[in-house]
Design a protein around this ligand. Structure first.
Ligand code: NAD
Ligand code: GLY
Length: 366
């Protein structure tokens, strides 16, 4: 399949840390996209064993005229490898190549590669420049934008990390052609998220284009990626370090992170857990009076049409509560949920454990 749409861009406005997000087909192989990067002798492309055979040679060739040395590091693939041991492979590569503090890191892959490369860039020599080249739908619409970087801890998801912005994000839509269908659906979860929390017109647009998105229709995908990046840029531009507003981007994530860590990282995809977590958060929002049952059903139907699970795994209510207390939004042991206070608007608040147990009873498999 060929995806061909003219490139467009979204600017993320963060003062001296501002950067462009370019969206289009064939971007990663075009050397002109890298001309504005800071001058440096060496580059390290961090990717994984799945993405490297598909795209690393193209990126490397595009960078060859810009850097004297371009190295490629292939990490093991998967959420289960988003850990200290794998992160250390990036530092091993940087040090063994004699990389200096101007070395530019390129994150070529999905959110796992992007989050780990970003964290390595934030930490190596106290900070080196990095570029996000996201190759999953999820990474193009969410994880590559906004500067959250992290690794997982066995006791909690994304618990160790830093805010560190890239120099540039290149969303090459052509890379989505090789994405497995399950991964495409996972990306749709984060696209759907932007509707109920921020933009009801976008939610209606997704509902009327969900079949086109699942079928990877190029114009529909390009619009979905661009609108998602615009919303994310608007939110992050107001609250880079999540002191308030940015938390709305975690709609569905408190339940979702519990599913991911409770089942073991990689069992459910992050986007699958977020999709199901949004169903659970919608039920909680209804119980708290923010939305009605019809809106819960509307959102659930869309998530199902995107090919995502809408019934949560039966981990047990106490285990869910235990896992959710480890969430970064928790304060003094109180779980704080992102809920809808009306369609198109979200807030963060606590909820009585008894109410959360009712939601779990309603949403989990028997
Ligand atoms: P992922 O990085 O594991 O990629 C999914 C799978 O697709 C992997 O097997 C990968 O090798 C493969 N892949 C990547 N690009 C491909 C392509 N073009 N063709 C074929 N296969 C390809 O998962 P993801 O869904 O991209 O990212 C999930 C991660 O992102 C989670 O760790 C999550 O916590 C994180 N995340 C971070 C943020 C943030 O703001 N930093 C936001 C959302 C999610
Ligand atoms: N994915 C949530 C955030 O970037 O804040």
């Amino acid at each position: 399949m060929r995806l061909s749409v003219p490139p467009e861009h979204v600017e993320i406005q963060l003062g001296e840390r501002s950067y462009p997000i370019w969206i289009g087909s064939g971007l990663l192989g075009d050397p002109s996209n890298y001309l504005a990067l800071p001058a440096a002798a060496t580059a390290l492309i961090v990717t994984n064993t799945t993405v490297a055979p598909l795209y690393a040679a193209t990126l490397r060739a595009a960078l060859a005229g810009r850097f004297r040395e371009v190295h490629v590091l292939e990490l093991p693939d998967g959420e289960a490898h988003k850990d200290w041991q794998t992160l250390n492979l990036i530092f091993d590569a940087l040090l063994s190549h004699g990389s200096d503090r101007k070395t530019v890191l390129f994150a070529l892959g999905g959110g796992v590669v992007g989050d780990m490369t970003g964290f390595a860039a934030a930490s190596y020599m106290r900070g080196v420049p990095f570029v996000q080249v996201p190759t999953t739908l999820l990474a193009q619409v969410d994880s590559s934008v906004g500067g959250k970087t992290a690794i997982n801890h066995p006791l909690g998801k994304n618990m160790i990390g830093a805010f560190y912005q890239p120099q540039l994000v290149l969303c090459d839509l052509a890379t989505l052609a090789t994405l497995p269908p399950r991964e495409l659906s996972a990306g749709l979860a984060e696209i759907i998220k932007y509707g109920p929390i921020y933009d009801m017109d976008f939610l209606a647009w997704i509902e009327s284009h969900i079949d086109a998105l699942v079928a990877r229709e190029p114009v529909a995908l390009a619009h979905a990626v661009k609108r998602s990046c615009e919303i994310k840029a608007a939110v992050v531009g107001q609250d880079e370090r999540e002191t308030g507003l940015r938390a709305i981007l975690n709609f569905g994530h408190t339940f979702g992170h519990a599913i991911e860590s409770g089942l073991g990282y990689g069992e459910w995809l992050h986007g699958e857990a977020v999709g199901c977590g949004m169903v659970m958060a919608a039920h909680l929002s209804e119980r708290l009076g923010g939305i009605d049952a019809a809106f819960v059903q509307r959102l659930t139907a869309l998530i199902r049409r995107a090919g995502l699970p809408v019934v949560a795994p039966a981990l047990g209510a106490e285990r869910y509560l235990e896992l959710m207390r480890i969430d970064k939004k928790s304060e003094a042991g109180e779980i704080r949920f992102v809920v809808l206070d009306k369609p198109g608007s979200a807030i963060m608040r606590g909820a009585p454990d008894a109410m959360v147990r009712e939601v779990l009873a309603q949403c989990c498999a028997a």
